[in-house]
Design a protein around this ligand. Structure first.
Ligand code: THG
Length: 263
């Protein structure tokens, strides 16, 4: 499973402060720590006001690329910001994200043409996040159909079914699992991704809830997750689940991670 490290995000109070104070060392360390902990991609999200977002993203991208070799996951609600910074990168990564909102696909998809960039597609549209499985699947299908017009194949698309809090919708996990299975029926090469923390909003023992969610989601075929690779407990869940699923020969990765003290 692909791990997208989520820690360089200006909506996190300390990161927001580092951005304001232009604290390069703090950002660099977050990049290095996540790469060492096993992140395959480093998410960069400015989380600032729109006027300075492009400038902040460029600053973050430069620091991360100087610190680690990992590809980036460029995270912005504004497709024009993503378009404005993609040229700053030194290798293809993931664009986070498109959806059927506004002109997102029309701005982002041309950037992927004739490249190895991948994209996350959120299952929402101008009506917001659908509450039922069928609308999510319909949106995913349209995201994939639009991509095809630009020559972007399903194996480059991670669908994020936008898990909602279990505390507000008792069927949230079940809906996620059903959506994931329908998406894979639609096209076996499509990837399914998710953040881990949305499921547990408003619940006690949030971290433990996130761990159980990860385990079940991996069992049901989730391909990538936006998560904190520096959280030893969530990483222990990740390694243990990979081993339980027969994806870690002789439990070697689990043993190495344990001996290194990274779980
Ligand atoms: N899907 C996609 N992209 C995403 C998300 C998603 N990008 C943003 C987000 N969700 C994933 N990134 C984070 C980054 C940090 C935290 C959670 C998700 C985090 N939050 C602390 C918490 O919830 O307790 C608060 C930190 C603070 O404010 O100090 O650490 O779902 N495609």
């Amino acid at each position: 499973m692909i791990i997208i490290g989520e820690k360089i995000n200006g909506t996190i109070a300390k990161v927001g402060k580092a951005i304001v104070e232009k604290d390069e060392e703090y950002i660099r360390e977050l990049a290095v720590r996540q790469a060492k902990a096993g992140a395959d991609y480093i998410d960069v999200c400015a989380g600032t006001s729109p006027e300075i977002e492009v400038e902040v993203l460029k600053w973050l991208i430069k620091i991360v690329q100087n610190a680690v070799d990992k590809p980036l996951c460029i995270d912005s609600p504004n497709p024009n910001s993503i378009a404005a910074v993609i040229g700053e990168t030194n290798k293809p990564g993931i664009l986070n994200s498109v959806s059927l909102e506004g002109n997102k696909c029309e701005v982002i998809y041309p950037l992927l043409q004739n490249t190895k960039w991948q994209v996350i597609g959120l299952t929402c549209d101008d009506n917001g996040i659908p509450s039922n499985v069928q609308t999510r699947i319909d949106i995913a299908r349209q995201i994939v159909e639009k991509a095809d017009k630009y020559g972007i194949s399903p194996d480059r698309i991670h669908i994020d079914p936008l898990v909602i809090a279990l505390a507000t919708d008792n069927s949230s996990l079940i809906n996620f699992v059903n959506t994931m299975q329908e998406i894979k029926k639609m096209h076996p090469d499509l990837k399914v991704t998710s953040g881990l923390s949305n499921i547990s909003f408003g619940m006690p023992m949030r971290r433990r809830v996130n761990q159980s969610f990860l385990s079940i989601a991996m069992f049901m075929g989730m391909d990538s997750a936006i998560m904190d690779p520096c959280d030893k407990k969530i990483m222990a869940t990740y390694y243990i689940t990979q081993a339980l699923l027969g994806k870690d020969k002789f439990c070697r990765n689990l043993s190495v991670a344990y001996r290194r003290g990274s779980i």
